[in-house]
Ligand binder design. Sequence first.
Ligand SMILES: NC(=O)c1ccc[n+]([C@@H]2O[C@H](COP(=O)([O-])OP(=O)(O)OC[C@H]3O[C@@H](n4cnc5c(N)ncnc54)[C@H](OP(=O)(O)O)[C@@H]3O)[C@@H](O)[C@H]2O)c1
Length: 320
Amino acid sequence: MFMKIKKVCVLGGSGFVGSHIVHRLSAAGYQVKVLTRRRERAKHLILLPDVQVEECDVFFEAALQRAVSGCDAVINLVGILHESRRASFDKVHMELPRRVAVACQAAGVKRLLQMSALNAADNAPSAYLRSRAKGETAAMQVASETLQVTLFRPSVIFGRGDSFLNLFAKLARVMPVLALARPEARFQPVFVEDVAQAFVASLENPATFGQTYKLCGPKVYTLRQLVQYVVDTLRLKRVIIGLNDRLSYLQAWAMELLPVKLMTRDNYYSMKVDSVCDCPFPEVFGIQPMALEAVVPEYLADDTPRQVYLRFRSKAGREQ
Ligand SMILES: NC(=O)c1ccc[n+]([C@@H]2O[C@H](COP(=O)([O-])OP(=O)(O)OC[C@H]3O[C@@H](n4cnc5c(N)ncnc54)[C@H](OP(=O)(O)O)[C@@H]3O)[C@@H](O)[C@H]2O)c1
């Protein structure tokens, strides 16, 4: 028997993955409430059918409980790659999932989908991955017959608007030489639409209750291969230098000191374990995961300065 769900509340719905999930939920006929710290960040979702955007401090217990009440399901996608003075990994990845699960239980929400990350483990080499494991445990501890929880652990996610391949594309456009930390680290990138479909498909499916799913694409790449692929796709000639372990650490440490964080030592520690799956894409979702080569050229080419300029002109109603 499938669970019947009408209204879904999405935390982190304004972000890269969240926006794709919200589009899918809306297209599938769900009513969606997106919680955001600033409405402005979710304005691209406001015009979707049955999507409501609400400002909410999700760390404020009463506000969170008010926000989730009346919803049948909650999807928590809130996450950070770098800590800041205001947001630690433990606060965002452990404390919040616990609070969300407790708020769901108290408000009678029957379904919770919690985003995590591949390689989340209590003994993982990075604080990011350890905090993810603690969040998974916290959410599962609150799960019950009346609150069914499912956890998702994707590898790095690609798609229009991603911050992984697009970051390397941005760097490659301006730098003749790319110095790569941990060039032999392995990834199995998964397409954002496949991740979104897995979330939406699991909402009402009891076979997924209480499960943890690893989500990976069809192919494993080293970081060097991925960056070379981006450079080739952009038809650039760039020198890619792989740093040894010591220099990788030093690069991460130096970059951590910059005002805009592209990488930190914790990211370096995360890359000590390969971000690859030991199993195929979960059969229960009925998806053949999309190959990176089938979608990346289209959106990377679209992000050239010329294309961005032409998009602006077209939006402004000017001829191209
Ligand atoms: N992208 C990947 O390759 C990847 C891989 C594995 C796992 N994940 C996980 O998947 C989730 C979504 O990733 P994404 O790439 O879509 O990230 P994203 O674009 O950075 O979006 C993150 C969302 O989290 C919310 N958020 C961030 N910090 C917050 C805070 N301190 N308080 C409240 N809300 C906060 C933001 O909401 P507002 O700004 O609207 O408040 C934003 O919508 C994250 O948990 C991420 O760790 C991503």
